[in-house]
Design a protein around this ligand. Structure first.
Ligand SMILES: *Cc1c(COP(=O)(O)O)cnc(C)c1O
Length: 713
């Protein structure tokens, strides 16, 4: 039982009214994103009206309420389809009925997982990239493990931006309004039937916040929203955009997420056993926790005890290995927006001090990461190497302790396998790994049968996945090029030039400068040599630069500068508007997944883990997760040592990239046996699946959070 159960039930009834009797069960399925990771859930909705499914942004609530009645009647008359619906619906009911796991978290006191973004599904546009994907995967895995959890986030009305690239290679951004009334979510109401709201002090305004609920399997995700007529225009704007450029608005977002989140949970009658702050954005929540603890405390209770009580309830995961990524704010900015939140603890100086590295230095700015580190009983980084980096970076916060003694552990990220393993590889693994293998996906033994999959079968799955990817690239790159006004022959070369049998190399990620897409364009003659060589390769790129990151946008332009070469038109494409759906297709289809972070800036990285699941091989700098995953036989590595001279490092690493591609990757791909199977390549695929499959699964990760962080006995 969670707040909003009745609102969901009512919404399901309303949606049922659109459906012929035999399809009624679809309404329940549509209101829980579990369909998105049920084996044939997405295909089921697609089968109703394939074109509309895409036009509705794969949002099942819209599909069911907008599909023409004859389409629904037709589906309802198909006994096979009705059986399919009933199977998916029954799985949802059975899953919800499972008892909670014995993970040290009581069902009455769930984990409150708080994050500024959640990537649950492409139809819910409240995410930008890796942080959101991780948060979404954690909710889904908690659901699969039956670990009691609720999510807390923001309902962004326009979410993250969409991307267009113009003919010169420059990025432009635009935002689309998401209408929550058409998403599979409900406004949570109280016993009086009115929406539950809480107030959050921002500057001199008490901003009213309402709460939406969206179900992610067994986990309710509560999303806070300030777009209400009672608020000022500025107040309404707070939950408009993810990673808003305006610093004052960002502070207001942190207030709503942190203070609003803790207040909302209370208003909803949820008493978490632990608040998990995923990155520092929700950290202001500790002041509301402090205020609540102070209100409960006996008068002569020293405030230290109250502080200790609050710390006992909070855990923190840091994701940012560079000081610049941990934003800080000057005293005046902070007090302008958050002064009355500071007043919750009584003293503004103490409030500011808690967010400084050196609390006694009044000239230092305040940051959410420092606050979260100080306010949590447990802190962790997201890979082994990131743990070392984070301990060194935050050592000044723990005077008197050596770097090794800094209390930051690591839990390496993982990916939710049922969400990211799709297509032919999923079918193949399901056949070989046995009944119910996903429930045992974090155990090495589960993956052992991979050793016995015949090379020809692995290769066939790889080739089918690549063919599907090439069809998608041809379609998408052609329409991207037509839209931006490229020459017709260049636009059409995307449709004719990509080859389903050609070695396909992918690079898709947030285009922060440290991700170093520019290395690909740094040695253009070698890149062109690979594309136009005797054994040509094809490249696919995607990724968004933050709207304010002019340097990153210039990098896209550098890559686009190569397009004037004739061989490039049909062998390299930059696909616009990278998102979850595009990511899933790319990681499933690419043979090689390239990652070139400037070490040690990659906290973990997760797209490579997704690519491993699809049988892709990694070629990556030894940073983030790959520094602990690479074993010499399961992919390729570029030296991860840090050089002072970053330009020299870029040159060194670009040379290493092309050396590996030219000398190892390309020859190995083309070395075939009599049946046309590249046996050495397939052996590396097996090694990659065996070593990375269990270790970089979200099952392993969430079990570690449950055992090492949430559990208190
Ligand atoms: C997985 C994923 C990411 C994270 O990729 P990295 O490897 O961390 O760069 C970012 N964006 C999307 C859309 C993803 O699906």
């Amino acid at each position: 039982m969670f707040a909003g159960d009745q609102d969901i039930a009512r919404a399901i009834l309303e949606l049922e009214a659109f459906l012929p009797e035999p399809l009624r069960a679809l309404a329940r399925v549509a209101y829980n994103y579990r369909w998105s990771w049920t084996t044939d859930g997405p295909a089921m909705f697609e089968a109703i009206d394939p074109e509309r499914w895409v036009r509705c942004g794969r949002n099942p609530r819209r599909l069911l309420s907008e599909a023409p009645p004859p389409m629904l009647t037709h589906a309802a008359a198909d006994a096979g389809f009705v059986g399919w619906v009933n199977r998916v619906a029954a799985e949802l009911v059975l899953d919800a009925a499972r008892p909670c796991c014995d993970g040290g978290v009581e069902p009455a006191h769930p984990v409150a997982f708080c994050c500024s973004e959640f990537a649950v599904h492409g139809s819910l546009p409240i995410y930008s990239g890796g942080l959101g994907v991780l948060a979404g995967d954690i909710l889904k895995e908690a659901s699969d493990l039956a670990l009691p959890m609720v999510g807390i986030g923001l309902m962004y009305r326009t979410g993250y931006f969409h991307q267009r690239i113009d003919v010169t290679g420059y990025q432009h951004e635009y935002w689309l309004d998401a209408d929550p009334d058409r998403l599979p979510c409900v406004k949570v109401t109280g016993e009086d039937g009115r929406p539950v709201t809480v107030l959050v002090p921002v500057d001199d305004e008490n901003v009213t916040v309402q709460v939406w609920r969206v179900d992610v399997g067994r986990v309710p995700l509560y999303l806070l929203d300030t777009d209400l007529a009672v608020n000022s225009q500025r107040g309404r704007w707070i939950t408009s955009r993810l990673y808003e450029s305006n610093r004052a608005i960002r502070l207001a977002q942190y207030a709503v997420l942190g203070v609003g989140g803790v207040r909302a949970l209370r208003a909803l009658g949820i008493e978490p056993s632990v608040y998990h702050f995923n990155e520092g954005h929700p950290a202001l929540g500790v002041f509301e926790l402090l205020a609540q603890a102070q209100a409960r405390a006996v008068p002569d209770n020293p405030s230290d005890t109250v502080w200790e009580q609050v710390r006992e309830q909070v855990v923190f995961t840091t994701h940012t290995p560079v000081p610049a990524g941990n934003e800080t704010y000057q005293r005046a900015e902070v007090l302008a927006m958050l002064g009355r939140i500071a007043d919750l603890v009584g003293e503004r100086e103490r409030f500011l001090a808690l967010g400084r590295i050196d609390p006694n230095n009044p000239n230092q700015p305040m940051g959410m990461s420092a606050l979260a580190l100080r306010a949590s009983r447990h802190a962790n980084a997201v890979s082994q190497r990131h743990g070392q980096v984070a301990r060194a970076m935050w050592q000044p916060l723990f005077p008197g302790r050596s770097v090794q003694e800094v209390p930051i552990t690591h839990i390496t990220n993982g990916v939710h396998i049922p969400s990211w393993l799709r297509g032919p590889m999923r079918a193949l693994l399901e056949r070989y790994l046995g009944e119910d293998w996903l429930r045992r996906a974090d155990q090495s033994a589960t993956w052992a049968p991979v050793q016995d999959i015949p090379g020809a079968e692995l290769w066939a799955a790889r080739c089918t996945a690549r063919t599907q990817l090439v069809e998608m690239i041809a379609r998408r790159a052609t329409s991207d090029r037509l839209r931006r006004g490229d020459r017709l022959d260049y636009a059409e070369a995307a449709g004719t030039g990509f080859d389903p049998e050609r070695l396909t190399i992918g690079f898709a990620r947030r285009l922060a400068t440290y991700k170093r897409l520019h290395l690909v364009a740094l040695l253009p003659e070698r890149a062109l040599g690979l594309i136009g060589g005797a054994q040509p390769v094809q490249f696919v790129f995607a990724g968004k630069a933050h709207p304010d990151d002019i340097a990153a946008k210039e990098v896209v332009r550098q890559v686009f500068a190569l397009k004037s070469e004739p061989s490039v038109a049909g062998r390299a494409a930059f696909l616009e508007d990278y998102d979850m759906a595009l990511a899933a297709q790319l990681v499933a289809g690419c043979d090689v997944w390239v990652n070139l972070p400037r070490p040690p800036n990659e906290a973990s990285g997760t797209s490579g883990m997704k690519s491993c699941l699809g049988g892709g091989l990694q070629l990556s700098v030894l940073d983030g997760w790959w520094a602990e995953a690479f074993d010499g036989s399961n992919g390729w590595a570029i030296n991860g040592d840090v050089m002072e001279d970053t330009q020299a490092q870029d040159q060194r690493d670009a040379r290493a990239l092309f050396d590996l591609l030219e000398q190892q990757v390309v020859p190995m791909f083309h070395e075939r046996d009599a049946q046309g199977v590249p046996q050495r390549w397939v052996t590396m695929m097996r090694r990659s699946l065996l070593t990375c499959g269990p270790r970089f699964s979200a099952s392993r990760m969430v079990r570690e959070y449950a055992d090492q962080v949430y559990r208190r006995d």
